[in-house]
Design a protein around this ligand. Sequence first.
Ligand code: GLV
Ligand code: MN
Ligand code: MN
Length: 412
Amino acid sequence: MPKVSLARLESRIAALARFGALPGGGVTRPCWSPQHEEARAWLLGELRAAGLETWVDPAGNVFGALGLRAFTAQQPVVLTGSHIDTVPEGGILDGALGVLAGLECLHVVNEAGLPHRRPLAVAAWSDEEGRYGSLFGSRAFCGRLDAGAIPTMASVEGERLVEVMARAGFDALLAPRAQAPPGAVAAYVELHIEQGPRLEEAGIPIGIVEAIVGVRRTRLVFRGQADHAGTTPMARRRDAFLGAADYALQARELVVRRGSASSVTNVGVVQVHPGVSNIVPARAELVHEMREPDPDILARLADECAALARRVADGRGLALEIVPTSATSPAPCAPRVQAAIEAACSELGLRAQRLHSAAGHDAQNLAAVTDAGMVFIPSRGGRSHRVDEMSDADAIERGATVLLQTLLSLAR
Ligand code: GLV
Ligand code: MN
Ligand code: MN
């Protein structure tokens, strides 16, 4: 049975972790940043050194391939991959594992001359973490990018995508040209850390993803009245921050009470204006995110939260603006890919558990154009999107081995 090299994979994980490394561990490597662009150049070098054909598309997606120079319907490819961008103060495995394990699999196939009827390729998708727009690169590749929205896409700090891409040497307006021809991808399988506690708690080494949650993000802007924070009597204040805070607490209750056992909610962005201690806040903006695998429940929760926000604003004499900023639909994984992962696990004598992904992934875009699936390995303590995110070395080796077997069986 062909074997991946854990030592080579681990040394590449350590090498990639140096780009954007933080003094206390972990990494900050947003897409298009200088750190990300250095990581891209390093990755291209590693792909080439492994004997792969490489290219970068107009959306900044990086590819390494065996038996392929460009995507065509005539030569459907079995594709793997993930992303090399990270959240701020993130870990070294989210995304990196899927890209580097994919590279390791193709390296082994090339070195050992393993037969594969279909071409094989590995992708590093741009801006998976959605600093400028969620799952940007895979959306472009799958023809799901709204070209008209590109000029106004920006980070929460207001940095425009067009500008950051230009600094990295890309023309954002050309990103839709990254769309692959229909039929160019025969199947997609992505290895990722679970980022939650389910596999570790169950003592099961491999997760087979059945579906990926849908995510709704909404910006809520509460507007009140700026006033002197010392002299204005309490009863006369129209404090925008209190509307936002009240909403955040009640929305959490609503989602827990009215959602499914899988529904989750988060307010991770709050901005108060003018933002000084001696002025009653005139404006408070928050970004509310919700996730849920059932599309009907997700849509109902979104409606109920919007109604809640209006009640809260009315009750406090505030104006309210509700701006949906992104909405991804829950994506089922293909039974054929799930079966291939399951067969690989039984061949390797590894127990596997079916589960849904509570994180968003590029695989959800690929699922719209091909048979797509995902392999999960346990995350230590269920920790992710934090600097101490980690998985055990044997978990990484098992995941990469399952990925290799699955790719070979899909390419057979
Ligand atoms: C991706 O990391 C997500 O936010 O789900
Ligand atoms: Mn992530
Ligand atoms: Mn990820």
